[in-house]
Design a protein around this ligand. Sequence first.
Ligand SMILES: [Cu+2]
Length: 674
Amino acid sequence: MSFLIRVILICACVVLAASLFAEDDTQEAIDSINRELAKNPRDSSLLIHRSRLYQQKRMFDQAVADLNEAGRLGAAQELDREKAELFLAAGWFETGIEHANKNLARNPNDPMAYLVRARLETKLGKIKEAGADYTAALERTKDARLELYIEHAQAISTEDGAYLDQALATIENGIKRIGPVVTLESAALEVELRQANYDAALTRVDQIMQKMTRKDSWLARKGDILAKAGRVEDARAAYKQAVDAIEKLTPGQRQQPATKDLEAQLKAQLSATGDLAARPTIPNTAMLKAPVTRLTVEGVPASTNAPALPPGGKTRTYYIAAEETDWDYAPGQNMLQEPFCGDPDAIPGMMPGRIGTRYRKAIYREYTDATFQRLQLRQGQWRHLGILGPLMRAEVGDTIKVVFKNRTRVPASIHPHGVFYLKTSEGSGYNDGTTAADKKDDGVKPGETFSYEWFVPERSGPGPNDPSSLVWLYHSHVHAPKDANAGLIGAMIVTQKGKAKPDGSPYDVDREFITLFNIFDEGQSWYFDANLIKTFGATNAVDRRDLLFIESNKKHAINGYIFANLPLMTMTQGERVRWYLLGMGSEADLHTAHWHGNTVLEHGHRTDVVELLPASMKVADMVADNPGIWMFHCHVNDHMLEGMSARYQVESAVPKVATKAAPPTTSQVQAKRP
Ligand SMILES: [Cu+2]
């Protein structure tokens, strides 16, 4: 993929993600304005603000109504530009131009007035008028950004090439005012190539190259231009120079995938006979093509290859809803009570001006059937799952079906790790060449239901060095970071074929615990604005950029609990206990899960610390031999101070009445085992 296409795709992704993630914030902001309007019904600035929010939500009728109402209240002066922009967004371009004209008549020196009309004219195919308005806007903008020059050139670079001279002129103008930056030079180069002005293009490449420390890709590009110009021998020489330049790079640079690709392409070119026109990166320019506005790639239907499952498997069906809830990270405040430890800003209740420990979040919950009326109650020993979604289980050979209902206000999905899923049950959306019918799993809209089907072949179960069961994460993957920070995450356990009890749990284990080490960054959750409004009454009542405030919204949690609020994990001395350890989060989520008092066996190694990175999934086996209430915490200093701690209890295998007896013997301990 060429660099420019990649940039455009990334931008499109950002726009898509931004529009998705803005949805919730926007509604909160509208609610907040509604409350203010109830107090000040004649404040036209509130109506104009709300109109912009409706515009973001593409509720154009309401947006127009608000502007009309603001006009009646006497704010007509500023409204023509607002309306021109609104109609541009709504796609009502002719009406937009009427308002753009009125706005310009009133503000003949406002560059934005020219710009909005230029954009409307571009949409209507009035390229000549658009070009003139872009020029007028640029002339009146003091420090125009290079994007504006590119936008101008892009708008007038039509298929027929009628305005390429003007496109080049505006880019040259940008270079004059901003300097010879690569983006502008590349755009100019693209125009020159479209004009088949190879001499100018070659001169430009030589100039750009002089400023570059790495010349290999530019030498390759020079070869491309020479090849296009029919100068085959010169092209070969340039390709040869590019290969030489690559050979002089450091080993690290040469190993970069893009460099390796380039080197392979160049060598193929040099060994080929003929006119050299086949290098796939020719022309390596796409900046001035129409921008990518949608990511709907309609490809072939996804494959329907079901995996080979061992015979005799069950189908296990789960009814799971994503629901909003007010989650408390520390319902019992600081339950760890470590005398000299804890960041005052993290200990519950210590600092004013913070949201505290209760946040609106979204979690997965299990229901008994497809009516989603009755919650499946969580048994006592699984209360420690905390914020994690329902535990799903399978034995190798099984099929997991999840009927998923989204009861939150944002799109959500379930994306599983490890199990075998087709494109129709992946639970995440991106440009994967599948049809719309295959994308229904990607994001389930609020109020809607979708059924996922996942298979559990051997490759989803324990490998040769694994114990009899392993753990996989599942989580929502519409806006994966916001979804997981909101709380949409859970775990699945897969047991080896023939080693499972009827409920799917491994028969060679007495007890299982699952712990997720994750810093929930509430600032990156769907519900941050909702939480600000709930706590402070408005989204702007606190300084959102204050570093201590930002940090105070990062909850260093184990299963969503801090400072040992996790329900006490209890086992009996001598039991075979399996710990499933999960990580998630961002670059701060480097966790070292540490047990006091007992040791574990992890992949054949004896230890009392297991390292976790975001999306790590590990299994550790313990035979607890040391009774007591013990700390189980992250060993990273900063995380300890932030309360990333829980406790577990090993109950003595010796009956309580026999307190004077000696400690249990090994045979007593062994006898406890089934
Ligand atoms: Cu940690």
